[in-house]
Design a protein around this ligand. Structure first.
Ligand code: DX5
Ligand code: ZN
Length: 219
């Protein structure tokens, strides 16, 4: 059954404590923390996302997954490894050299945190193949990183299918996660293509019954 990671990018500050608690009770499998540095993408969510992470740590037992949309990956990895998060995923486009990516993967794993690589819609899936043996997760962006509420990019389905087939053929035990434009229409398509986790932002916050929404997407 597909797992649901709720993205907090669309969550307004003032409502968050009760909402986080309601989401935990509704059964979200993860909280998805969208860290944006204002350089890799225009928006800067660094302070807000750090506060959300601290709050979630204090009031729920739901695991936290971090999606770094930043240029200085090392600095943000160092900041989040000490915050008790379950996984950290960074963009392959943020790193210039293969050696840097390998060092970051090793550093995250040394801190007993799951590691993922993510890629923008225009980046070929083949670019992450060399790292698959070392990754726990691959996050396939089905929208351009930087904002919630965007349209799902249909081309993502082929990417997910190719990744799923390649991982299977090579015996890589990779969790495939899809992020962006997830709703009751797009989730079945990406699950059929091989997605294990879907990140849901605006669709979740448009609903007035999180439990129902989560159950519908998992069905
Ligand atoms: C976009 C973020 C996504 C986004 C998903 O840069 O990485 O996690 O918040 O939001 P929706 O579900 O509204 O596309
Ligand atoms: Zn995200």
């Amino acid at each position: 059954m597909v797992e649901i990671a709720t993205s907090l990018l669309s969550l307004e500050k003032e409502e968050n404590l009760q909402t986080l608690y309601n989401l935990e009770v509704a059964g979200t499998d993860y909280f998805h923390i969208d860290v944006m540095d204002g350089k890799f993408v225009k928006k800067d969510t660094t302070d807000l996302m750090r506060r959300y992470t601290e709050t979630i740590e204090q009031i729920t037992t739901t695991p936290i997954e971090v999606h770094l949309m930043v240029e200085d990956v090392e600095a943000y990895v160092k900041a989040y490894v000490d915050m008790g998060v379950k996984s950290i995923t960074f963009h392959i486009e943020s790193c210039k050299r293969e050696k840097e990516i390998r060092n970051l993967i090793a550093y995250i794993k040394e801190h007993n945190i799951q590691v993922g690589l993510t890629l923008k819609p225009n980046t070929n899936i083949e670019e992450i193949y060399p790292y698959l043996p070392y990754l726990h997760r691959v996050l396939v962006m089905s929208v351009e990183p930087g904002a919630g509420g965007q349209e799902f990019i249909e081309g993502s389905i082929e990417k997910i299918r190719k990744l799923n087939a390649f991982a299977y053929e090579n015996g890589y035990d990779i969790t495939i996660e899809v992020d962006g434009g997830m709703n009751e229409k797009t989730v079945p398509k990406v699950v059929e293509a091989g997605a294990d986790i879907v990140v849901v932002g605006s669709y979740m916050f448009q609903s007035n019954n999180y439990k129902e929404t989560i159950a519908k997407l998992k069905a």
